[in-house]
Design a protein around this ligand. Structure first.
Ligand SMILES: Cc1cc2nc3c(=O)[nH]c(=O)nc-3n(C[C@H](O)[C@H](O)[C@H](O)COP(=O)(O)OP(=O)(O)OC[C@H]3O[C@@H](n4cnc5c(N)ncnc54)[C@H](O)[C@@H]3O)c2cc1C
Length: 487
């Protein structure tokens, strides 16, 4: 069956019982669906908005080896993340993009992730060097993946507008990027088209009741307000920052929010030439990234306890944007920093009453909600395979793993400018139901064009039936903070 919404809804008319229901179409739920369906489990995933519309399209897109856990002496987590990179490079095809990152060492401005004692000038570069050597060792890296020492003049050649004053030297190390939203829809396309699973967006789980050996699930199709009743023997709630629905709400995992904003800059105004860079220290003692992104540049992220907008649609506010611009200007010789677009996401962190979200573990956590019903929260994009695998192995007495993904090249070839052919492909194979699904998460049209790609809307909406679609699309782009106010 095609990964198309109408085809799957049609099938749901004659089928209502499943071995496994997955609530939430972010990276964790989608990976769990691919793994479960590859082992023959009759599985369905339902998402209340669009797939990847939560944290899984709003991340910094790094599949990182966990270098920032080294100063916290979390060697296990670093080793696990580095091993994960080695596995993912084989499974994700073109969706795994190796990336070289520069770590510049400045006098009086040691990396804020290092413990205070290692931030002093005399020891900061030695401490960093030891850390990177350990990183290479824990990741059993071969020669061409090991970190490099880069002197000041070479740094200038590679990053011509990076500030040189007080720069002592730099290191270059290897990490990786992905395209989070495209990875999610590729996992789902594999699950549906190859393994015969179901994954439908705009289907909100409203209530769950226990019914002898099965759960009875009330689902609302939010696009036509039609209710469906389904039955499942097992449930995995991969609901990110959201509470469980209905009567199970009180049993939801207790989490704490952390907002993270990013800016998209047109082209390569910071002259990073396809490399990433780690900015050592923000005013609130964090690190920040400047990264290449499909011909453009992304800058991020913030880490704030509050965020603007809703949990479903957070947006980067003026304060977030000023913060990001200010710190780029701290490290780059650039006067006017213009950006095309911005986004914000909300992380789910364990609520262990620490004062600052920056110090809370990025680890994931499971909660047994009921018999054969678990909730999974937190974690990192980088750890999605492990998290999904663990959640399935908690419910079923067998081993699961991700299969090598198909369609990885195709999904990256979807153009970031309007293309009638691509729009049709997205209807047939990437389950789009709204123009914004195509503009925000199957392509980068809204991120890479002025005003959220508003000028292209007329061409896109013609293909959708809903009469109010133009107004709704503009409202959604506005909620995301993508419409410039004077237009
Ligand atoms: C700003 C930011 C930067 C980050 N950067 C990185 C990074 O560079 N590298 C990295 O490894 N990690 C990063 N992360 C972390 C990573 O993005 C998250 O760990 C990951 O995306 C979480 O995926 P998820 O599937 O658990 O949740 P989500 O992607 O949030 O998915 C949960 C889904 O559940 C759906 N849902 C909830 N309730 C219901 C219901 N009742 N019915 C149906 N559906 C429902 C929601 O709509 C949502 O789509 C970052 C996170 C943020 C916010």
């Amino acid at each position: 069956m095609n990964f198309s919404r109408p085809e799957q809804l049609q099938e749901l008319e004659s089928k209502s019982e499943f071995d496994l229901l997955i609530i939430g179409g972010g990276i964790v739920g989608s990976a769990a669906l691919q793994m479960a369906s590859s082992k023959g489990l009759d599985s369905i995933l339902l998402e209340k908005n669009d797939f990847a519309s939560g944290a899984s399209s709003r991340s910094t897109k790094l599949l990182h080896g966990g270098i920032r856990y080294l100063p916290q002496l979390q060697f296990g987590l670093v080793k696990e993340s580095l091993l994960e990179q080695k596995i993912l490079v084989k499974l994700l095809g073109e969706l795994y993009k190796p990336l070289k990152l520069l770590a510049p060492i400045y006098k009086d401005d040691g990396f804020s992730d290092l413990p205070k004692i290692f931030q002093f000038n005399a020891v900061s570069s030695i401490a960093f060097k030891i850390g990177l050597t350990l990183y290479d060792f824990l990741g059993s890296r071969d020669k061409n993946q090991k970190h490099l020492n880069i002197d000041k003049s070479e740094t200038k050649k590679l990053f011509p507008i990076l500030k040189q004053e007080k720069l002592k030297k730099s290191f270059m190390f290897q990490d990786a990027q992905t395209d989070d939203a495209k990875l999610v829809v590729t996992l789902l396309r594999n699950a549906v088209e190859i393994n015969n699973a179901k994954a439908i967006n705009y289907m909100e789980i409203k209530d769950i009741t226990k019914n002898s050996s099965k759960y009875k699930i009330k689902v609302l199709n939010t696009l036509n307000n039609r209710e469906h009743t389904l039955y499942a023997t097992n449930i995995i709630a991969a609901t990110g920052v959201h509470n469980l629905p209905g009567e199970y709400k009180e049993k939801s995992s207790k989490i704490k929010y952390s907002g993270g904003a990013h800016l998209v800059l047109r082209g390569d105004p910071l002259k990073i030439n396809g490399h990433g860079i780690l900015l050592p220290r923000t005013e609130d003692n964090r690190i920040m990234f400047v990264l290449p992104w499909f011909g453009n540049t992304i800058v991020g992220t913030t880490d704030t306890e509050s965020f603007s907008g809703s949990l479903d649609r957070p947006f980067a506010n003026n304060q977030d944007k000023e913060y990001l611009i200010k710190h780029v200007k701290k490290y780059f010789d650039i006067k006017d920093m213009e950006y095309i677009s911005s986004w914000s996401g909300v992380r789910a962190l364990i609520d262990n009453k620490l004062t600052s979200t920056k110090n809370v573990s990025r680890g994931h956590f499971f909660k047994n909600i009921d018999d054969r019903f678990i909730q999974i929260s937190g974690g990192k994009l980088t750890g999605f395979r492990l998290i999904a695998k663990e959640s399935l192995e908690l419910l079923f007495d067998k081993k699961f793993d991700l299969e090598r993904l198909s369609f990885t090249k195709e999904v990256l070839e979807l153009s970031n400018q309007f293309s009638e052919t691509d729009l049709e492909i997205c209807f047939q194979h990437y389950c789009i139901a709204k123009p914004t699904d195509y503009m925000l998460r199957r392509t980068h049209l809204s991120w890479f064009n002025e005003n959220g790609g508003k000028n292209e809307i007329r061409k896109i909406i013609g293909k959708f039936e809903n009469k109010n679609i133009e107004k709704e699309t503009l409202k959604e782009l506005d909620d995301e903070g993508l419409l410039y106010k004077n237009n």
